[in-house]
Design a protein around this ligand. Structure first.
Ligand SMILES: [Zn+2]
Length: 313
């Protein structure tokens, strides 16, 4: 049936509820905001409201921002840009970005890659799919790397891998813990085998950081998949995740087609993986900063205590 169906009751034409809402929220033209219509109907700009994709409630944009982009009705965690994530995680004025100018080039001459890079830069306002730097979280010094879903869905190219590797190397030299927020569609196919090599390169840097006895915390956010899951995302000493985040290697449809079996409900959700022991905790966004600070403090304190005990012996 046509979506804009009409119900004829006698001679009176009644529009469906959906149509009435549609007509109210989206005036057909700007002239409708003037004159008689404007007097009787207050104009509500659409950007003032955001519709939650899960509970379908309309949320005031300012309420959503205040609540760290978490739906106050159903706790759905909206995806957020890397800069916003940094802003809500680290102490004000403490973030010092590293390697901000590094940017990808078309190494294997892949068709259309330069155009995609240009549009990703325009979309995200960033040079790459990850932002790295040093910062303090409730006074605890650390190196932080935050991936950006707005830049080619956080895919891992050579520059992404290089920036993460450099962040770990800096942390190793300066004896700092590392916090990485992941969001990724996987390796960047436009860079072929070179993007896959980043899995080994970043893992090597994580290992050297680990061998130095330093703490590494990963926070998996929606979605974390492919080569990132298969490398540094799962190599944290402590692995946290945001509620309902999709975490996996291949997508559920590909797995179902390969193994010819129906997958369990909520397969690849953060809660499912917590239940199976794959991750350590599911932490709501509003508690993330305090949780990270607590974990870093716990490990720094125990290291200091160890050093003091060694001195006494
Ligand atoms: Zn909701």
């Amino acid at each position: 049936m046509d979506e804009r169906y009409e119900i004829q009751i006698g001679k009176v034409c009644v529009l469906s509820t959906k149509d009435m809402l549609f007509n109210f929220l989206k005036p057909k033209n700007e002239l409708e905001n003037q004159g008689e219509f404007a007097e009787n109907h207050p104009y509500i700009p659409e950007e003032l409201w955001v519709k939650c994709p899960v509970c379908k409630n309309a949320i005031l944009s300012s309420d959503l921002v205040e609540n760290h982009k978490v739906c106050p009705k159903c706790n759905y965690h909206f995806r957020i840009a890397a800069r916003q994530r940094i802003e809500m995680t680290v102490d004000e004025g403490t973030f010092n970005e590293m390697d901000a100018e590094m940017t990808s080039v078309n190494i294997i001459d892949f068709p259309d890659y330069p155009r995609k890079l240009r549009s990703a830069k325009l979309n995200s306002g960033e040079n790459e799919s990850v932002i790295t730097g040093t910062a303090e979280i409730n006074g605890e010094k650390c190196v932080i790397a935050v991936m950006n879903s707005q830049f080619m869905m956080g895919s891992m190219g050579t520059v992404t891998g290089e920036k993460i590797t450099r962040a770990f190397e800096y942390a190793t030299v300066h004896s700092l813990p590392v916090v990485v927020f992941t969001v990724s569609g996987g390796a960047r196919m436009q860079e072929g085998i070179l993007s896959l090599m980043q899995m080994a390169k970043t893992s090597g840097a994580v290992k050297r950081h680990s061998d130095a006895g330093l703490l590494y915390i990963t926070v998996l956010t929606d979605p974390t998949t492919g080569g990132v899951t298969a490398s540094f995302a799962m190599e944290g000493d402590i692995i946290l995740a945001e509620p309902h985040a999709l975490i996996g290697f291949a997508g559920p449809r590909v797995i179902e087609q390969t193994i010819r079996q129906k997958l369990p409900k909520d397969f690849q959700s953060a809660e499912f993986l917590l239940d199976k022991g794959f991750i350590d905790a599911v932490v709501p966004r509003n508690d993330m900063k305090s949780t990270l600070a607590k974990l870093i403090r716990l490990h720094t304190e125990s290291k200091e205590e160890e050093a003091e005990t060694d001195e006494c012996v």
